[in-house]
Ligand binder design. Structure first.
Ligand SMILES: Cc1cc2nc3c(=O)[nH]c(=O)nc-3n(C[C@H](O)[C@H](O)[C@H](O)COP(=O)(O)OP(=O)(O)OC[C@H]3O[C@@H](n4cnc5c(N)ncnc54)[C@H](O)[C@@H]3O)c2cc1C
Length: 80
């Protein structure tokens, strides 16, 4: 968002939206407090991060230590 890739309306967190979906999939999100503030009340939080110590795992209901690009490829196949 800061780099202008996506509009500010897509930002989740302290400076953006507070969201509460049934399923929140955090792909390569470190879990900074400013981000957590905007999504912590989601019903089911699934985190995929290559760093096992990423703070996002502290709030995730399900977590996977993996490269998100590998996981997304399989996930897209399933969705298709
Ligand atoms: C006043 C203030 C307000 C802010 N408001 C917001 C806000 O509203 N929303 C917000 O999000 N942030 C906000 N921030 C910024 C916040 O502090 C963090 O800097 C930001 O959330 C970090 O974003 P990130 O997790 O996407 O990136 P990073 O902290 O850079 O984390 C990237 C993560 O991706 C993982 N990763 C990298 N490559 C892969 C891969 N191939 N596969 C799997 N995992 C990978 C890394 O291990 C890392 O954990 C605010 C900051 C301040 C000071």
């Amino acid at each position: 968002m800061d780099a202008g890739w996506i509009p500010k309306s897509r930002q989740v967190g302290k400076s953006g939206l507070k969201v509460k979906p049934n399923v929140y999939i955090a792909l390569g999100i470190s879990g900074a407090p400013e981000h957590i503030e905007g999504m912590k009340d989601s019903s089911t939080i699934i985190a995929i991060n290559s760093d096992e110590k990423a703070p996002i795992f502290d709030v995730a209901h399900y977590g996977m230590v993996a490269d998100l690009f590998d996981v997304c490829e399989g996930l897209l196949d399933k969705i298709d």
